[in-house]
Ligand binder design. Structure first.
Ligand SMILES: Cc1cc2nc3c(=O)[nH]c(=O)nc-3n(C[C@H](O)[C@H](O)[C@H](O)COP(=O)(O)OP(=O)(O)OC[C@H]3O[C@@H](n4cnc5c(N)ncnc54)[C@H](O)[C@@H]3O)c2cc1C
Length: 440
């Protein structure tokens, strides 16, 4: 679909001031995502539910590809396209505390998590989202949400109490445990397949200052460091959540490991006791630990996206960080098969939730592994992943660029996949929302 043919069929009047076309000076700032580059024929910015429904009807009437975008950080989900329509909900970005006593908040799907953190902090509240303040509410809250308090608080979706969504036929629905419970279940893990989420209600957590530690190690001995990090996390109390990022050696420096760790409490003595075992992971190059308000952990950037991220990724959930997994990742980094490896701790409160409570149905694993490279080296990535695969127990699709039936089956183990497909047939029979992972 070209710009000409889009404008031939007039935009509904309510959208004319809301739409950016390729001829517009603003187009360069809105065409791409963080990872994926795009050349859409139109980017529409609805400002309310009605305009969202009109934008969707318009895009459908054109027979174009429809992408839904909140923060534009999709790795698996492609929130831009070539020649189609992008419905960008970033102007639906309100953050309201509905009931401080019960910690109930309502957030527009287009808000970014860093701003959410800033606006909730004065109320002594926070929602564990992810490690990046610019990630959007809509994309994360429809998939999972592995954040800085994952082991204390669970996933972001575990705090969602209601979703407001425009379905493929334009109907607006509020789904919660009593109303449309099937849809409520599906959106919390596979939401990108079911409509345009406009807002969510969540139960936030009481959170004041927390201890944030950043440790950088010489990782020449990568495998033992990785294995030990896993052991420390398994033994740690739930207040500790940590992400371990591994970078291969580069000219002038050895392989390095960055351990980011959050102690979700404000008592420095207790934090020190919990963090100290991490100091022994290897030769320490740099260390810092600060008592900080949660918004400082998810700063807001706001630069336009350029499609700059590592575009080929694999995700695997792990029960443990075994010797075999640690060795495979270390070898892949040393050989150049992958350019970045990242482990995240999950477990803890994530695993208190029943397997059938949400479409995200991984409630026994303790770690998440992400391996990434550039698309041109995807075959090397696959060779590495074949070695890791026997240890993998499930996939978090937000971190995986595969679109194969195998990846889908690992992401939604039965009976979740069959239930999702039945709901897809009911709520989106024409597969309008096909830009995330192919449920059908
Ligand atoms: C730098 C970076 C750091 C990250 N860190 C974390 C992390 O710490 N923890 C974690 O769990 N994940 C993390 N992610 C993954 C991230 O959560 C997902 O990629 C998520 O989809 C991004 O949300 P978004 O709204 O910014 O994405 P977008 O690109 O806007 O959307 C991605 C996809 O989500 C769906 N979607 C988006 N908005 C809506 C909506 N309103 N209604 C329905 N469907 C929608 C669509 O299918 C879309 O294609 C990170 C990603 C990046 C790039």
């Amino acid at each position: 679909m070209t710009e000409q043919s889009l404008t031939d069929v007039a935009l509904p009047a309510s959208l004319t001031g809301r739409t950016v076309l390729p001829s517009d000076a603003r187009y360069e700032r809105v065409r791409h995502g963080y990872v994926h580059r795009g050349a859409p024929a139109a980017v529409i910015f609805p400002e309310n539910v009605e305009e969202t429904a009109v934008a969707l009807a318009y895009a459908r009437s054109r027979g174009t590809v429809v992408s839904v975008r909140s923060g534009g950080h999709g790795i698996s989900g492609r929130s831009t396209n070539d020649g189609g329509v992008v419905i960008d909900v970033s102007r639906l970005d309100h953050v309201d505390v509905l009931d401080r006593t019960r910690r109930r908040v309502r957030i527009g799907a287009g808000a970014r998590w860093g701003r959410v953190a800033q606006l909730l902090a004065p109320h002594g509240l926070a929602i564990s989202s992810g490690d990046t303040g610019d990630v959007g509410v809509g994309g994360l809250v429809t998939a999972g949400g592995m954040g800085w308090f994952a082991r204390r608080d669970g996933l972001t979706i575990d705090h969602v109490t209601a979703v407001e969504i425009v379905l493929a036929d334009g109907t607006f629905v509020r789904a919660d445990a009593e109303h449309h419970p099937d849809l409520f279940w599906a959106v919390r893990g596979a939401g990108g397949n079911f409509g345009v989420v406009t807002a969510v209600e969540l139960e936030a957590s009481e959170t004041g200052d927390v201890v944030f530690a950043n440790l950088v190690f010489d990782a020449r001995e990568t495998a033992p460091l990785v294995e030990e990090w896993g052991a420390v996390l398994e033994a740690a109390p739930r207040e500790l959540t940590s992400f371990l990022t591994l970078m291969p050696a580069a000219p002038g420096r050895p392989a390095m490991a960055h351990v980011a760790a959050v102690y979700a409490g404000d008592r420095p003595g207790a934090a020190q006791r919990v963090l100290t075992p991490l100091l022994g992971l290897g030769p320490l190059l740099r260390q810092e630990a600060v008592l900080a308000p949660y918004p400082a952990l998810v700063p807001v950037g706001g630069a336009p996206h350029r499609g700059q991220g590592l575009g080929a990724t694999r995700s695997g959930l792990l029960d443990r960080v075994s010797t075999q997994t640690a060795r495979s990742v270390a070898d892949a980094l040393a050989s150049g098969q992958v350019l970045m490896g990242q482990f995240r701790s999950v477990g803890g409160a994530v695993n208190d939730v029943s397997l059938s409570a949400t479409a995200y149905a991984h409630r026994t694993q303790n770690f998440q592994l992400l391996s990434a490279t550039v698309p041109e080296r995807e075959r090397s990535l696959d060779a590495h992943w074949a070695r890791v695969a026997p240890e993998v127990n499930g996939v978090y699709l937000s971190f995986d660029t595969r679109r194969s039936p195998e990846a889908l089956a690992e992401a939604f183990p039965e009976p979740a996949l069959t239930r999702l497909r039945a709901l897809k047939a009911r709520y989106d029979p024409e597969n309008v929302f096909d830009r995330n992972f192919p449920l059908r």
